[in-house]
Design a protein around this ligand. Structure first.
Ligand code: AMP
Length: 196
């Protein structure tokens, strides 16, 4: 089962990805997590990615696709995986289709989490407050200014993937504004028949 998660930053993709990993036993591949790991490890890729991420911009298609290609070819991804945060541009989507075709595979379903942007900003503010209250460090791109830029990039670069996958007959859009459980139930209703 190869699943893609689409939705603006803060839509709850990470939270729902954890649910899918637990229920269906597929690998979660988050390109954002890959970059954060590279930053933590201080690799040359990490140094380059940090600057781009902190500015709310996208890392180049070639770099991201190179990482994903390597990752999805690994043995733990042979039965399927969930892409969280990839693809984010039409170029990436085309490259993904090519990579999978080379392996005789294809995307099964694309789940779009539909959310209200004003509510996302509210959620971000409360997440920042709660993180501060716990005395924990914030993600360096977790601030309102960067968030607004990321939303803009989503609208311009990533939202065109919605008609792209709709044309392929793979898009399923769900309401991402409900409780975590309600969103998980809507996801299960899509994935249970595919898994069966
Ligand atoms: P995320 O955790 O998915 O929100 O990603 C955090 C940041 O990593 C993004 O704002 C981008 O700068 C970068 N990034 C993650 N995935 C991609 C991607 N598929 N293409 C380009 N940049 C990405």
């Amino acid at each position: 089962m190869i699943v893609i998660f689409l939705g603006p930053p803060g839509a709850g993709k990470g939270t729902q990805a954890a649910h899918i990993v637990e229920r269906y036993g597929v690998r979660q591949l988050s390109t954002g997590d890959m970059f954060r790991a590279a930053i933590k490890a201080g690799t040359p890729l990490g140094v380059k990615a940090k600057e781009v991420m902190d500015a709310g911009k996208l890392v180049s298609d070639d770099i991201v696709c190179g990482l994903v290609k390597e990752r999805i070819s690994a043995v733990d991804c042979k039965d399927g995986f969930l892409l969280d945060g990839f693809p984010r541009t039409l170029v990436q989507a085309g490259m993904l289709d090519e990579m999978l075709a080379e392996q005789g595979r294809g995307v099964d379903v694309v789940i779009e989490l539909k959310v209200d942007e004003a509510v996302l900003v509210e959620r971000l503010r409360s997440r920042i407050e709660q993180t501060r209250a716990r005395g924990e460090a914030l993600r360096s791109d977790d601030n309102e200014e960067t968030f607004a830029k990321r939303l803009g990039v989503y609208r311009e670069e990533t939202a065109p993937l919605i008609p792209y996958y709709a044309e392929q007959g793979k898009l399923r859009s769900i309401d991402g504004m409900g409780t975590v459980e309600a969103v998980s139930d809507a996801i299960d209703a899509i994935l249970d028949p595919i898994q069966a």
